[in-house]
Ligand binder design. Structure first.
Ligand code: PEP
Ligand code: MG
Length: 588
């Protein structure tokens, strides 16, 4: 490619899922499961292949030790110790001898031989009914990829190896990949697939990293080292931005900074409408470290702590003590405000290797969240005891995810009561009056909200799942993202039903799905009677400004106008018109 061709601006259009603008050099994360190429070799080539193999094992060893040291420094020696198992793989004599024997016998290039032998070895271990050996199979797969990449002279898969600021480009990032991103080095990320309500996108907003998804084949079109501008507002990735583009974005950033500065001034103010209705405005967190942004945001507490991120990226389940300390530490950071801890919501798009969750055809409809917890009562009770104990000293409430009906909620409450009883018997303190809520995110729960209301203290509406289950639109599938419509008339009716049921039983009701942070929809949610909105910390000031600019009369009238409308698009237009009329500066 010539120099002039290289500088031609190219634009890729996707979906902006985390606002902000990033400029920098790309690092392309290639798919993990690459097949090593195969090539027959001659006798005389064997010693050279052996030497390459030894060098790759050494290089891999150094990379693992380096990563282990870095993680020990950043998170702690305990988490870094998971790499001990990886080191054992590069030193495994049985595996190495088998590779050398096969090389001598079959005479193919070493990366091909190594991949075949390591895969066979891992497969044998994974078929043995022993969790320890199955875990070793995962380690072998991980290390095998690394060795093959080293043999092939490719970039390491792990973005965490890049120690200069970069924009990460990948086909896909899992929530656990995203949780490990180094916010100081990852200026932004862009993926081929993905959607607004995937946990990867939610995570990016929490980390305040600009992100664009659904860019189709961007990861195949870019090379590490390309210069790009990433626009997380409009969902654009611009390669080799021209001087004109850079100037325009410079102007845009100035405008956005002015708005942000004004929003910052709202930190100490309350989210009350012009006519005095207070809407509690809380923040969602995924990691304890998100709390700093929450404190800066002017939120009134934590409306959703997604505790599953404490479980993923770990080889072992967190024990009761670790969880207790974690929950209490979060609560102590905001002693005058409450933290709503959501019990474990694994499954769907969030997995944990230590639990060996089976792969399912429809994971979002499968063994997820409360369904998993009610079967793995041991795991559930460990968490419940930790939450209860933390409630003795911290201002804590808790809620169950994915409740689908009364029986399920009663079973969850019964397990909670067992834990209370165990603590009482041992004389361990906890708050007997800790509020317990149910997330309403399954349509069946919305339809029986009046019955569920008798069993809990509050509801929190998980619109991300409520929308996906009601309209039958997979929330992480970018192909059908256009069908994922928060203003679908069915969603509006369900929210109204939930709010009515809650209020009839004197319960408060919040929204903690991404809809709570969509300022175009604030008039709708306030008009529907929601008492609390909980959103990513970065969005809190905007939602506060929106609430402060509205009055209840306008919101009620909006609900009245849209309640019999048929089209989600037309309803959205109405909402946007109100938003633009009341807070135009936020709607640019
Ligand atoms: C939701 O479903 O709206 C929700 C808040 O939970 P999650 O996004 O973690 O599934
Ligand atoms: Mg949910």
């Amino acid at each position: 490619m010539s120099d002039t061709q290289q500088r031609v601006e190219r634009r890729f259009h996707g979906v902006g899922v985390s606002p902000g603008i990033a400029r920098g050099t790309v690092f392309v994360l290639r798919p993990e499961d690459e097949e090593a190429p195969s090539r027959r070799i001659e006798d005389w080539e064997v010693p050279g292949e052996v030497a390459r193999f030894e060098a790759a094992l050494l290089q891999t060893r150094e990379q693992i030790v380096e990563m282990q040291n870095r993680i020990a420094g950043a998170i702690g020696a305990k988490d870094a110790s998971i790499f001990d198992a990886h080191l054992l793989v590069v030193e495994d004599r049985t595996l190495i001898d088998e590779v050398l024997r096969t090389l001598d016998r079959d005479q193919y290039n070493i990366e091909y031989i190594f991949q075949q032998v390591a895969n066979r070895y891992a497969k044998t271990l994974s078929e043995i009914d022993d969790p320890y050996l199955r875990e070793r199979a995962l380690d072998i797969n991980d290390v095998c990829r690394r060795v093959v990449r080293n043999l092939m002279g490719k970039d390491p898969r792990s973005a965490s190896q890049i120690d200069v600021p970069h924009i990460l480009v990948a086909h896909n990032l899992t929530p656990s990949d995203t949780a490990q991103l180094n916010r100081k080095l990852v200026l932004g990320f862009a993926t081929d697939v993905g959607s607004r309500t995937s946990h990867t996108a939610i995570m990016a907003r929490s980390l305040n990293i600009p992100a664009v998804v659904a860019l189709h084949n961007v990861s195949d079109s870019l090379l590490s080292g390309d210069h790009v501008l990433l626009d997380g507002y409009s969902g654009l990735l611009i390669v080799n931005p021209s001087d004109q583009t850079l100037w325009e974005y410079g102007e845009l950033e100035v405008k956005k900074t002015e708005v942000e500065d004004k929003l910052e001034a709202l930190r100490e103010t309350v989210s009350t409408t012009l006519d005095g209705r207070h809407i509690t405005l809380s923040a969602n967190i995924e990691l304890p470290s998100d709390i700093d942004l929450v404190k800066q945001s002017g939120a009134e507490g934590i409306g959703l702590y997604r505790t599953e991120f404490f479980y993923i990226n770990k080889n072992e389940l967190p024990n009761e003590e670790e969880q207790y300390e974690n929950y209490l530490a979060v609560a102590k950071e905001i002693p005058d405000q409450s933290v709503i801890i959501r019990t474990l919501d694994l499954g769907g798009d969030k997995f944990m290797s230590a639990l060996q969750l089976p792969s399912e055809l429809n994971p979002f409809l499968g063994w997820r969240a409360i369904r998993f917890c009610l079967e793995r009562v041991d795991v559930f009770k460990t968490q419940l005891r930790a939450i209860l104990r933390a409630s003795a000293l911290g201002n804590i409430r808790m809620m169950f995810p994915m409740i689908s009906g009364v029986d399920e909620l009663r079973r969850a409450n019964a397990v909670l009561e067992e834990c209370r009883q165990e603590l009482r018997e041992k004389g361990i303190p906890f708050n007997e009056h800790m509020e317990v809520g149910a997330m309403i995110e399954v349509p069946s729960a919305a339809l029986v909200a009046d019955l569920l209301a008798k069993e809990v203290d509050f509801f929190s509406i998980g619109t991300n799942d409520l929308i996906q289950y009601t309209i039958a639109v997979d929330r992480i599938n970018e192909r059908i993202a256009h069908l994922y419509e928060p203003t679908h008339p069915a969603i509006i009716r369900l929210i109204k039903m939930i709010v009515n049921a809650a209020h009839a039983h004197n319960l408060w009701v919040g929204v903690c799905g991404e809809m709570a942070g969509e300022i175009a929809l604030t008039p709708l949610l306030v008009g529907l009677g929601v008492d609390e909105l909980s959103t990513g910390a970065a969005l809190v000031p905007r939602v506060k400004r929106a609430v402060q600019s509205l009055d209840i009369g306008v919101c009620l009238q909006l609900v009245d106008e849209v309640k019999n409308m048929e089209s989600a698009e037309a309803i959205l237009e109405k909402c946007e018109a109100i938003a633009k009329a009341h807070y135009p500066e936020l709607m640019v």
